[in-house]
Design a protein around this ligand. Structure first.
Ligand code: MTE
Length: 336
């Protein structure tokens, strides 16, 4: 990943909408959910209108998912955090399938077709198969998780995801006891993802990531389908993305179409590109610098030249109480 100078696309505090928008949205959502639960009065027309509001995507977005998202519950995780504004979260992205500048995903991902969508699950499990997104989310109770996302490039944001524990999904496929890792793959579709057509692409597509099984089953690890109470915008990884809040953001793979249980540690995109810079574990760790820059601090977005908002990076991105035990006895300087 490249560290770049500030571009005009980087959000400035002054450019960004206020939190009142979100609070209003939440009140509106609460009212809508009550209507849904009570008398199913939300008409197809009003649900679609709600989904289209605020998203930059012109692609079709399923109404059933919008309704499921509206019913998402609050969760205790991260409820004390103040999320970054919607416009910051959706205009400053890394999604290299759509380009390498931070505003490329917002510009080019909007037409990605995310409905229909299916996910193939294979490898060391009793119940492999291919599921539509709708089947995959059937019976799943969504919740809001407000998490810090710390990019390895030393910026961070607080993001109000709508999602569910990855463990709830993985258990359905009955992983074998021999399954020690789980690998994820992003869609490959050259017709929709411009960087996959490039002969000079750095990445050997598909983008892939993986977790150890105990990391994958940890209650903090979620699959996200929404953001700020709405369907996930394409630039943030619609329709289904991983979120692992104590690891550098590159582990949180977007637009997932494949899940594979493996016995050996699988290949992962950034370790394959530069293993000395991007480790398999990629736990946020202020004591282990990237070979080309310090990881001791981060720029909390939104920020600007006059208000750089530089804060200290916390071990495990501040989630140590929950996850440190996963790594007891491990030398985290070696297993970075
Ligand atoms: N997933 C895919 N498929 N392609 C990518 O380029 N970038 C990663 C991760 N997931 C990436 C990806 C990186 S480097 C980061 S920091 C986060 O997505 C950024 O997530 P955000 O754009 O929603 O903030």
């Amino acid at each position: 990943m490249l560290i770049k100078m500030r571009k005009t696309s980087d959000p400035l505090a002054s450019e960004i909408t206020s939190q009142s928008t979100y609070l209003n949205r939440r009140q509106f959502m609460a009212a809508s959910s009550l209507t849904l639960a009570g008398a199913s009065l939300l008409s197809a027309g009003s649900a679609s209108a709600l989904v289209m509001r605020d998203t930059s995507s012109s692609a079709a977005r399923p109404e059933w998912l919008a309704k499921q998202i509206l019913q998402a519950k609050d969760s205790p995780w991260g409820s004390d955090e103040v999320p970054a504004p919607y416009s910051a979260i959706t205009n400053y992205n890394n999604f290299y399938e759509f380009g390498y500048d931070k505003d490329d995903p917002a510009r080019y991902a909007s037409k990605l077709i995310t409905d229909p969508w299916s996910v193939k699950v294979e490898g060391a499990c009793e119940n492999p198969g291919t599921l539509s997104l709708e089947d995959l989310l059937k019976g799943i109770a969504l919740e809001e998780r407000i998490y810090r996302l710390r990019c390895v490039e030393a910026w961070s944001m607080v993001i109000p995801w709508i999602g569910f524990p990855l463990a709830d999904l993985l258990k359905r496929f009955k992983p074998l006891s021999s399954a020690k890792y789980v690998q994820f793959q992003t869609l490959v579709d050259k017709s929709q993802m411009p960087e996959q057509r490039s002969r000079f692409a750095l990445i050997d597509w598909p983008y892939q990531e993986a977790l150890r099984m105990d990391e994958a089953m940890h209650p903090l690890t979620i699959m996200a389908v929404g953001l700020y109470g709405e369907i996930l915008p394409n630039q943030n990884g619609a329709p289904l993305r991983l979120v692992v809040p104590w690891k550098y953001g590159f582990k949180s793979i977007k637009s997932i179409v494949g899940i594979r249980f493996t016995e050996q540690q699988p290949n992962t995109t950034w370790s394959d590109i530069a293993a000395n810079e991007y480790g398999f574990y990629a736990n946020v760790n202020p004591q282990v610098d990237h070979p080309r820059w310090s990881q001791a601090h981060e720029r909390r977005l939104p920020s600007g030249l006059l208000a750089p908002n530089r804060i200290e990076t916390r071990m495990f991105n501040g989630y140590g109480e929950e996850v440190a035990s996963l790594y007891s006895g491990m030398d985290l300087k070696k297993f970075y």
